[in-house]
Design a binder for this molecule. Structure first.
Ligand code: UDP
Length: 236
């Protein structure tokens, strides 16, 4: 009945802003929590990596004079804020969840390990993996590919506000055409911004397929899990 039994869902921090310019839009947050619970109720094992771009990005900090490493650490802390918010929204609707952190910071969250994440998923908890990779100079896209590979996810689902991968940015170029599926190599050759290159290469080398889809349309996550062809499938 379900196409994927274990997923790594990547949500960008920016998407949590909803219509706002900064921070967390509670309606958007609750809407995401509802979609996630619906899929958890189908028995799907779920780990989630959230970005922090709605609060702080190391690179933009560096352009304003911040030390890059400290800026990236601030960015990683931003992902913790978002993770706690999502965990809280899931709890409020009766979905068990657990925040694991790549950097030690109990009691905010337990330190991440592959086995802890898998055990929690097997106990029907939604696992929220924060701090990305735990290292500066990386992004949460790379954190997602890394964690997706580690936890042996069937697929990495990248929820964005665009409904897939296009030949050009559809928000800027009305002639842009959407791909139903595309290979990792084609993504690279065309220089498409599906994810950053490090993340795409990691998925390619470890054979983790990616689906880029519009998470802002309620019900889309469930449709994907049921095998409906939405978004763009990125594969070998
Ligand atoms: N970050 C980092 N290492 C990681 C993941 C994230 O240093 O492994 C920092 C980096 O500064 C990044 C910020 O956290 O800009 C927020 O993550 P990201 O930009 O990926 O968030 P998103 O664009 O998904 O909202």
């Amino acid at each position: 009945m379900v196409k994927y039994n274990r997923i790594l869902l990547k949500l960008s921090g920016e998407s949590l802003m909803g219509e706002q310019q900064y921070g967390i839009d509670v309606n958007r947050l609750n809407e995401y929590a509802t979609q996630i619970k619906a899929v958890a109720d189908m028995g799907v094992q779920i780990s989630i990596v959230i970005g922090g771009g709605n609060i702080f990005r190391g690179l933009s900090g560096a352009s304003e004079g911040f030390d890059r490493v400290k800026g990236d650490q601030m960015g990683m802390l931003a992902t913790v804020i978002n993770s706690l918010a999502l965990s809280s929204a899931l709890t409020a609707i009766g979905q068990k969840s657990r925040v694991l952190t790549a950097i030690r910071m109990e009691p905010i969250g337990e330190i991440y390990s592959k086995w802890k994440a898998i055990e929690a998923m097997e106990n029907s908890e939604v696992v929220i993996l924060s701090c990305g990779t735990g290292n500066p100079f990386f992004t949460t896209d790379t954190g997602s590919s890394l964690r997706g590979i580690e936890i042996e996810a069937d697929v990495m689902l990248k929820g964005t506000r665009v409904d897939g991968v296009y030949t050009a940015d559809p928000e800027k170029d009305p002639a842009a055409v959407k791909f139903d599926s595309i290979s990792y190599d084609e993504v690279y050759k065309r220089g498409l911004k599906v994810m950053d290159m490090t993340a795409t290469v990691m998925c390619k080398e470890n054979n983790l397929p990616i689906v880029v889809f519009d998470m802002d349309t309620p019900g889309n996550l469930e449709k994907l899990i049921k095998g409906e062809k939405i978004g763009t499938y990125v594969h070998a």
